[in-house]
Write a protein that binds this ligand. Structure first.
Ligand code: FAD
Length: 322
């Protein structure tokens, strides 16, 4: 494999870490070949060197107005023009809401395959093997791709970014695309976050379920998340009961997360919930029912009332960390 393009993402003025993880994945796949980074948006030039220092050889940036906010039409047109000009062997995107939207459209336009939600890449060239979760995370499959263009999306928090190398340098070229016939105009972006931290990239998540019992009941979880520098998540049970917003839902029909630490409080661990969090590195379950299925996937289990356990944990972590 000689050349791979990596489409990074800037969100809320910050380069998303998964962009650098996708660069690491590309480096694995391309070996000594070229990794070409792509960034769109008004901070694209600013973050170009960050991508280079993490393993990109050359950057293509565009600060064109139409690419400031993600829209399917504009990004698809820009990417197709880049693929036509660069003729790479592969392209990696981030497995984020926009990457999940864009990648299949590129694949369909070029009549090529796509491996989505990749958690690892091994091998080289035609022997490249992609690992991805299937059956709601209960199993992993390994796939290879024979198509002319290798297209894949990389799941956040799985392939570690390469260590920053301050001495790395590379060309940065700025391009303008011929973008037309846009069917979507973004007038305003309303964003709900959990304590300002993007759930899908959070290193620590404290998630609550129906056992939290009310909106007020989420307060102790928020306090613990704050002490740990993490985000609050929820089961669908808690969202359906209107204890919190659906933007916090984790699971098959919610967000897929892979934090270093996942604290699950007052949620039973239904299969649909596990689909979104079972790849977390360490899972701590707090539930007053010792038979709750969440204990089957937990590394540490605490049988008890979350309203007693969570404040104790918060107090202890405050002593340790603050
Ligand atoms: P429950 O199953 O009611 O569990 C509450 C738990 O809290 C119990 O185990 C109880 O022992 C414990 N508890 C109660 N009080 C306390 C206390 N004081 N201290 C400690 N523990 C306590 N669910 C998701 O989460 N995400 C999804 O994406 C999702 N997608 C779905 C898609 C489909 C098509 C379907 C059919 C379902 C989906 N679900 C999803 C719903 C899922 O099946 C479960 O219904 C839901 O996850 C249950 O939420 P829960 O664990 O909070 O509630």
């Amino acid at each position: 494999m000689k050349k791979i393009l990596v489409l990074g993402e800037i969100r809320d003025g910050e380069l998303r870490n998964v962009s650098l993880e996708a660069v690491a994945a590309a480096r694995k796949a391309v070996n000594d070949g070229e990794v070409v980074g792509i960034l769109f948006g008004n901070k694209a030039s600013e973050f170009a060197s960050e991508m280079i220092k993490h393993g990109v050889d050359r950057m293509i940036v565009s600060e064109q107005e139409e690419l400031e906010q993600y829209t399917t039409d504009a990004y698809k047109q820009a990417c197709l023009q880049l693929l036509e000009d660069e003729k790479p062997d592969g392209m990696l995107l981030c497995h984020t809401s926009s990457g999940k939207d864009l990648a299949p459209r590129i694949a369909a336009a070029l009549k090529t395959g796509l491996v989505s939600d990749v958690t690892d890449i091994e091998g080289e060239g035609e022997d490249l093997v992609f690992t991805r979760p299937i059956y709601s995370g209960k199993a992993f499959e390994q796939k290879s791709m024979n198509s002319e263009l290798m297209l894949a999306t990389i799941r956040p928090n799985n392939i570690p970014a390469l260590k920053k190398d301050e001495s790395r340098e590379g060309d940065v070229s700025s391009v303008t695309f011929d973008i037309k016939d846009l069917r979507t105009v973004i007038k305003d972006v309303v964003k709900k976050t959990s304590g300002g931290i993007d759930l899908s990239e959070a290193k620590v998540i404290v998630a609550g379920g129906r056992g939290v019992k009310s909106e007020e009941g989420f307060k102790p979880l928020e306090e613990l998340a704050e002490v740990l520098g993490g985000a609050v998540g929820a089961s669908r049970g808690a969202c359906d009961a209107e204890y919190c917003d659906y933007s916090l839902q984790i699971g098959q029909t919610g967000k897929v997360v892979t934090p270093d630490l996942y604290i699950a409080a007052g949620l039973s661990g239904a299969i649909q919930h596990l689909a979104g969090m079972s790849s977390s590195k360490i899972i701590v379950a707090i539930n007053k029912d010792p038979e709750a299925p969440i204990f089957e996937v937990a590394d540490y289990g605490i049988v008890g009332d979350l309203f007693e356990v969570i404040p104790l944990l918060t107090e202890q972590f405050k002593k340790e960390l603050m």
